[in-house]
Design a protein around this ligand. Sequence first.
Ligand SMILES: C[S@@+](CC[C@H](N)C(=O)[O-])C[C@H]1O[C@@H](n2cnc3c(N)ncnc32)[C@H](O)[C@@H]1O
Length: 196
Amino acid sequence: MSPIPRQPPSWPNSHVQYINTPRYHPSVLGPMRIFLIGGTNSAPQKTSTSFPSTSPVRIRRISEPSHPARGQNGLFAFRKIPSRSHIIDYIGEVHCQNRADSDYDLSLFRSQDGDNVGVDASAMGNEARFVNDYRGIRGKPNAVFVENRTPQGELRISIWSSTDPIKKGDEILVSYGKSWWRSRTAQFTDTIPDST
Ligand SMILES: C[S@@+](CC[C@H](N)C(=O)[O-])C[C@H]1O[C@@H](n2cnc3c(N)ncnc32)[C@H](O)[C@@H]1O
């Protein structure tokens, strides 16, 4: 059994378990798991930017009255982050289930056979699960979700900075996509830009 990792600062003292290595749910069957991990001999790798090593981000509770996610948490730059650079991997439970009710479930891979693999950070995850959507906060995202493989070959979703550097203290903001918002609430659809 792997040791329990040390929680990063401001990790909510709640039901959410902090992990810095993906957990594979039993719904991810052998061949798919080998494909995702990148070979038979590999094991899930600790993310290189997890606390306390070199993480460039911190979790912060949002108190600004104008912020649409006030009272919740967000992800903020702990130091200046260069443009087009890796910020953090999105770590969670890798699964092949329908988890439409989760607000923390990202699509990792869709096979031609119709298998959908997701990364769900609702019950367990790392700092990346606190990244908010830019809508109502700033004009455009300053970060993007990118699918990539680790140097050891494991398929991951990561958060990367966009074309501009991110200043220390700025909130890291991505686009969840129009369909994400549409599936949750009709109130956002009028303001969602076509391109995102
Ligand atoms: C992946 S979580 C992001 C982290 C979340 N703020 C938290 O503290 O756990 C997604 C949830 O954050 C909130 N959220 C994120 N971006 C938002 C935005 N632009 N406007 C309103 N709520 C937002 C919504 O409640 C959404 O369901």
